[in-house]
Design a protein around this ligand. Structure first.
Ligand SMILES: *[C@@H]1O[C@H](CO)[C@@H](O)[C@H](O)[C@H]1NC(C)=O
Ligand SMILES: *[C@@H]1O[C@H](CO)[C@@H](O)[C@H](O)[C@H]1NC(C)=O
Length: 305
């Protein structure tokens, strides 16, 4: 009799706890009252299931038809507001840009600790972005002079191909190096040979970084997965690669500092060192060595994309 009572009460307790948990998850997954409409989210996964299954563009079109130009989706641990249509986008980006200038708290940005253009926000982002835009242009980015630099690189590349005299080989690594060289010429003022082991290593890291970034997709919405034992989503790998990529550029900065001459600004890195010098007595300057070492990584990542 006692055992029977105990059994029942344990079962009841379990049922109670389960119902409580489901209710709690359900409440947590509800759409906040002031959010735009959208499909009802499920506990834990939110609306992710509505986007899975291949064609994501189709899925968004379908949701737009049903919920209008502005709708919201729950993506695991965070909410996403989707804006459609040229008019609304223009208003959002041009007139209310400040509302959306913050960064999401996602794994890949936390990695940069709010440094560099991709991960920073507020006044740091504004200063750094304005400076980078202007200096990249000064050194030819997006200008005619950059075109001639690219065609120089193409000439060297073609010459390199000729040396193989028609023998087959994997061209993709050399091509990657050649493309990275264009950015290098602006950032650190020089190019690398296609067989330079240090640069091969660097470009290899970039490629690996992209492969891992794709693998890490689920971490954006379920950050807790990064804490699982092992490295199923490549989180540890990405951290490791990111440190190595930055180290490459830190070495370059060191070299630039050693040979710096303020009357001969050779490249973006020199220009940045000069800016740091100009602001060095300001207590809250955003031009710091840390920002600089994150910049280069941002540029490489952009151009590779
Ligand atoms: C914005 O940057 C500051 C540091 O500059 C940081 O403390 C804060 O968390 C950042 N905000 C977001 C939303 O990333
Ligand atoms: C060159 O870059 C592309 C794009 O990032 C990548 O898919 C490819 O694997 C790279 N090739 C090598 C040999 O690293």
């Amino acid at each position: 009799m006692m055992a029977y009572l105990l059994n029942v009460s344990i079962t009841e307790v379990l049922i109670g706890v389960t119902v409580g948990l489901i209710c709690w998850l359900w409440m947590r997954s509800r759409r906040p009252a002031d959010f735009p409409p959208g499909p009802i989210p499920l506990p834990l996964i939110g609306n992710i299931h509505q986007l899975s299954g291949g064609n994501i563009v189709k899925a968004f079109r379908r949701l737009r038809k049903e919920y209008g130009d502005i709708f919201s989706l729950s993506m695991g641990s965070s909410w996403v507001i989707v804006v459609n249509g040229a008019e609304d986008l223009r208003e959002l980006l041009l007139k209310r840009g400040d509302c959306i200038s913050d960064r999401p708290h996602i794994f890949i940005l936390k990695l940069r600790e709010n440094h560099g253009i991709i991960a920073s926000n507020g006044s740091t982002w504004k200063h750094q972005r304005t400076f980078a835009h202007q200096k990249l242009r000064d050194f030819g980015f997006g200008r005619r002079s950059f075109e001639s630099r690219i065609s120089e690189e193409v000439d060297i590349f073609l010459k390199y191909l000729e040396d193989f005299k028609g023998k087959p080989f994997d061209v993709s690594e050399k091509l990657n190096i050649s493309i990275s060289n264009n950015v290098m010429s602006i950032i650190i003022g020089r190019r690398f040979d296609y067989d330079d082991p240090k640069f091969k290593y660097f470009v290899g890291l970039l490629t690996e970084n992209f492969k891992n970034a794709a693998l890490a997709g689920p971490l954006y919405f379920f950050p807790i997965l990064a804490k699982l034992p092992g490295d199923l989503f490549g989180a540890k790998k990405i951290v490791d690669i990111s440190i190595k990529l930055r180290q490459f550029y830190k070495d370059e900065i060191k070299e630039h500092k050693a040979t710096y001459d303020e009357k001969n600004i050779r490249d973006f890195t020199d220009a940045y060192l000069k800016e740091m010098e100009l602001h060095k007595n300001e207590k809250d300057t955003t031009f710091t060595g840390i920002e600089l070492s994150h910049h280069a990584c941002c540029f490489y990542l952009h151009t590779e994309q």
